[in-house]
Design a protein around this ligand. Sequence first.
Ligand SMILES: C[S@@+](CC[C@H](N)C(=O)[O-])C[C@H]1O[C@@H](n2cnc3c(N)ncnc32)[C@H](O)[C@@H]1O
Length: 293
Amino acid sequence: MVEEENKNEDKTRENPCTTKQSSKKRNRKEVAIFGNYRNYYGYRVDHDLEEDPRMKVLKRDWFEGKKCLDIGCNSGLITISIAKKFGCQSILGVDIDGDRIEDAHWTLRKVAKMSARILSSKKPKRADAELFNGLENHTSASLTEVTPQKSVDTPCLQGNDLFDIVSFQKGNFVQNWRPPQDTYYHTILCLSVTKWIHLNWGDEGLITLFWKVWKLLQPGGVFILEPQPWSSYKNNRLVTETAATNYKTIQIPPEDFQDILLDKIGFRRVDNLTSTLSGSKTGFNRPILAFWK
Ligand SMILES: C[S@@+](CC[C@H](N)C(=O)[O-])C[C@H]1O[C@@H](n2cnc3c(N)ncnc32)[C@H](O)[C@@H]1O
């Protein structure tokens, strides 16, 4: 399967989280070695859709009034969408790439400004709407074009409330990111990140991720996981020498993640939400699993 992620890897700008490929074909283009694509949502989500299809399988109960963590938040669109749609107590997005965190802060400012304008019942200025739609195309539109009438999905969040609820931090979740002291989360998301952790830090990195999530969850908390399939690893195995080596030595295929999380890490139950997911673009039709601590 040719993954969209792979096709778009050349679009990243230069930063420490990317490498330059020297082969003729790639001709000094940059590769997002952590899956830290710029404009990820611009190609991940179909332009005609109102929101990222994954939003539809997420349950309000997991987020409303809850402390949440989004591992590998990229430019923060899912993080902000969740805060807006469900009204979390707080949601923190963490990403290894400082440029993506900058993008996320920028998006948050824009979305908050637009939300405030809508809630003060002025129609958004056309120029602003165009700006948002141009951010990462329609996904941003879904964040901003919500009117108060559609309040089933937009509870009480006003523009400025978003700043109290949503925050972003640069950090490598596997190696050195630590939450504020004594913080435990009710809900932790890890969407389309495991392949990148697996390729960069091998099986050890993957198990570290799972253990750390377990420790950071409150009893009764939920871990929402969207793993990429093993078939897609092949497309990205050459991003670095480390990834190429890890690709050859990985012993835990994504099909085994569920058993490991239940039998070894200690989650008590899993709900498979995949059957309720529809509208994903080709190459992004991935399972979504909810594990209960
Ligand atoms: C393919 S994107 C997925 C974005 C988002 N979770 C989603 O599904 O919409 C993967 C993201 O994970 C981040 N990432 C990879 N390894 C990471 C790590 N060890 N710690 C934090 N973020 C990481 C990348 O920088 C990238 O932004």
